[in-house]
Design a protein around this ligand. Sequence first.
Ligand SMILES: [Ca+2]
Ligand SMILES: [Ca+2]
Ligand SMILES: [Ca+2]
Ligand SMILES: [Ca+2]
Length: 403
Amino acid sequence: MKNKKHKNKVILFISFLFITILCSASINVSAQCAPNPYPSGKAGHSMIYDTLNDVIIVYGGTTSFVGDYKDHSTYDVLAYDCNNNNWTNLNPIGQPNGSSWTAIAYDSESEKLIQFSGVAPDGTYSDDTWIFDYVTRTWTKANPNATPAIRHNHVMAYDSESDVVILHGGIAHNEYNPTGEYIHYNDTWAYDFNSDTWTNMNPSGLDVGLAEAQMVYDSESDRMIMFGGYYTQPYDAPGPEHYSQETWVYDYNSNTWENVTTTIHPDYRIDHALAYDSESDRTILIGGWQLLANSPIVSETWIFDYNTQTWENMNPSSQPERYGHQIAYDSESDLVILFGGISRTQASVPYDLIYTYDYNSNNWTAMSKVLCPTPTPTSFIVVLPMLSLFSILAVIVIRRKRN
Ligand SMILES: [Ca+2]
Ligand SMILES: [Ca+2]
Ligand SMILES: [Ca+2]
Ligand SMILES: [Ca+2]
């Protein structure tokens, strides 16, 4: 009888202990947290939204402008899930040559990320085309017969109606040109992943090449929307004539560029960011750098509607001041996600916080930087009192049964 009572006590205590462990474990599982250490801030990185896997993919970029930015270049491939405010370092197999000021696009039909050229950490370029697969986390070098020339600060976006990636412009450093000048490209190319083919489109309408512009695809209108950038080197030459404050629209089907002129539009700029909000059918422009202005780093949120051919300055109540950042539109969450870039107050180490913008409410939100807890003695602060509480309860229950 005494043995049976003792057995009951032991079973009861083990049950409470088991429940306690389960409870404390479920606290950790449900916590929304970022990998610890949190990813470094970046500038000159590339960013797209992967529609199939509902994640923002961040590639490359530099983590610091102290000394030569190239010394701080990374080949990181990071995935950000806005629903859980969670980062994952994908630690891919293989790596392209270009890591900073390169361009990527997401082919949603083939479920592949396409990357072309850009600057490597040793300052070299290549005309490689690389393909990233999110599922296998693998980079594979494509082998097209012809490619665009080496370059950086070009733009790329994916035309989902025609299933091709469109590339425009960019520049290449003087060491690749016998005359010692920067090479400024005014070409437009199309890449088809399925046939691994680059085609020089030789379109009509745009006779200047733009570097450090931004371009997105308006899927409702089936048009590429490009804004800003500069025409000629050097990029920091005096005079606004170097800079574009034009809105250029490319139609792959008719192979034409169109200059959309509007009375109200953003001022000239480089290193701004564009994204296309498909739910609202609007192109969103954030920030940028106006070298010749009194406040060169821009804090602005503009909206372009190709259907009505109008720009609107949204003037939200608060917004991040940025350049060298990137934005991408998470269509599942209907939010624009901003990552990285620098400002007047943070000029050498890029920002690592995520901001979201909702066009429908015209509202910017800074996401909290909640780190996953590391397994330190501090976790016992939670577990120990819970254990003690359950032990006391167990003793009370056993004593009541005994009486
Ligand atoms: Ca494709
Ligand atoms: Ca449209
Ligand atoms: Ca929207
Ligand atoms: Ca989402």
